[in-house]
Design a binder for this molecule. Structure first.
Ligand SMILES: CCCCCCCCCCC/C=C/C(=O)SCCNC(=O)CCNC(=O)[C@H](O)C(C)(C)COP(=O)(O)OP(=O)(O)OC[C@H]1O[C@@H](n2cnc3c(N)ncnc32)[C@H](O)[C@@H]1OP(=O)(O)O
Ligand SMILES: NC(=O)C1=CN([C@@H]2O[C@H](COP(=O)(O)OP(=O)(O)OC[C@H]3O[C@@H](n4cnc5c(N)ncnc54)[C@H](OP(=O)(O)O)[C@@H]3O)[C@@H](O)[C@H]2O)C=CC1
Length: 279
């Protein structure tokens, strides 16, 4: 697997990271780049077979240069909705790597539904995955390690700045994550922790999105992106590596949009609002 990075090889040598959802899409790109930069990585999500396949593929990544130690990749099953599983994720990572420098809360998702049709179970599933799951990972990372040693956290949000019609459960959850990112940046600064977020537009051409939506939901949005192209998973990874790096040493509580100016120009949906609301 060929990985490119604008960062210096070995930048994260000897560091340790957790990437939730690290076995697919954006998370796999982040994991690849972290390994390339010399960081040991634990990837975790619900589907063990996918994690194992990704780990087998990514373990071949070696930072360039003769003097670079080979980083390790580990994987474990973890549903971030479940507090005891998140507890085990952090403690197992500490057992394997002895430290936890970086936490990337990438795991998440949602399904399309008009607001009127949500079941309470469906609403709760998305809130618990994206908001509660992200919070639990932050809390356990803090309580088990970062409170004593510092660290850097990056949370994933989305283009929900003007609402997210059709995805209103996820919009609410992501807005909540953006807000806890600010709260924790202040609360945990004395412990030497920085915490930021990234907000990809609805335009990152990950394989999962292509598989899940079954039609070209991404391509339809290109005319609505000022940059007139989709983003790539590598471009999200690069922004996350920047936030993890010393180049961002005085940045905390911030959210970086990665959307080719889409959110300044138009909405997060690829259709026009028209006519009266039909029941
Ligand atoms: C069609 C037009 C869309 C336009 C939208 C604008 C453009 C969007 C562009 C995309 C931008 C964002 C991209 C991404 O986020 S990439 C990630 C893509 N992948 C996913 O989002 C994953 C898909 N979703 C899931 O895996 C799960 O739903 C989720 C992780 C969100 C929750 O999983 P969990 O295991 O906790 O929950 P369940 O799957 O058991 O479901 C629980 C209940 O939720 C309801 N539900 C679930 N799926 C649907 C569905 N497709 N439609 C309606 N309701 C659903 C349901 O009540 C479930 O309970 P039951 O199973 O008992 O019925
Ligand atoms: N692609 C895009 O345009 C955008 C993506 N995003 C967000 O970026 C992140 C990555 O998306 P992308 O790579 O595109 O899509 P993926 O579907 O590939 O990534 C979602 C990851 O989250 C994991 N995950 C979902 N639910 C849980 C859970 N309960 N516990 C642990 N892990 C979970 C999945 O693994 P598993 O199924 O094994 O649990 C999967 O690896 C997501 O949070 C997504 O919503 C935000 C804006 C735009």
């Amino acid at each position: 697997m060929i990985v490119k990075s604008i960062f210096r090889s070995g930048l994260f040598a000897g560091k340790s990271a957790i990437v939730t959802g690290g076995g697919s899409g954006i998370g796999k790109a982040i994991t690849s780049e972290l390994l390339y930069l010399g960081c040991n990585v634990m990837i975790a999500s619900r589907k063990l077979d996918r994690l194992e396949n990704a780990a087998n593929e990514l373990k071949t990544i070696t930072p360039p240069g003769d003097d670079q130690p080979k980083p390790k990749i580990e994987f474990m099953e973890c549903n971030i909705k479940k507090e005891e599983q998140v507890h085990s994720l952090i403690s197992n990572t500490l057992d394997k790597f002895g430290k936890l420098d970086f936490l990337v809360n990438n795991g998440g998702g949602q399904f399309y539904s008009p607001a009127k049709d949500f079941s309470l179970k469906g609403w709760n599933a998305v809130i618990e995955t994206n908001l509660t799951g992200t919070f639990l990972c932050c809390q356990q990372a803090f309580n088990q390690y970062m409170s004593e040693h510092g660290g850097v956290i990056v949370n994933m949000v989305a283009n929900m700045w003007n609402g997210w019609p059709g995805m209103s459960h996820s919009g609410a959850a992501r807005a909540g994550v953006e807000n806890i990112t600010k709260s924790l940046a202040i609360e945990w600064a004395p412990a030497g922790i920085r915490i930021n977020a990234v907000a990809p537009g609805s335009t990152i051409a990950s394989q999962s999105v292509k598989d899940y939506y079954k039609f070209d939901i991404m391509g339809q949005q290109i005319p609505r992106v000022p940059a007139k192209r989709l983003g790539t998973v590598e471009e999200v990874s690069a922004a996350i590596c920047f936030l993890l790096s010393p180049a961002a040493a005085f940045i905390s509580g911030e959210t970086i949009k990665i959307d080719g100016a889409q959110s300044l120009y138009t909405t997060s949906i690829p259709w026009e609002v028209s006519g009266r609301y039909q029941n």
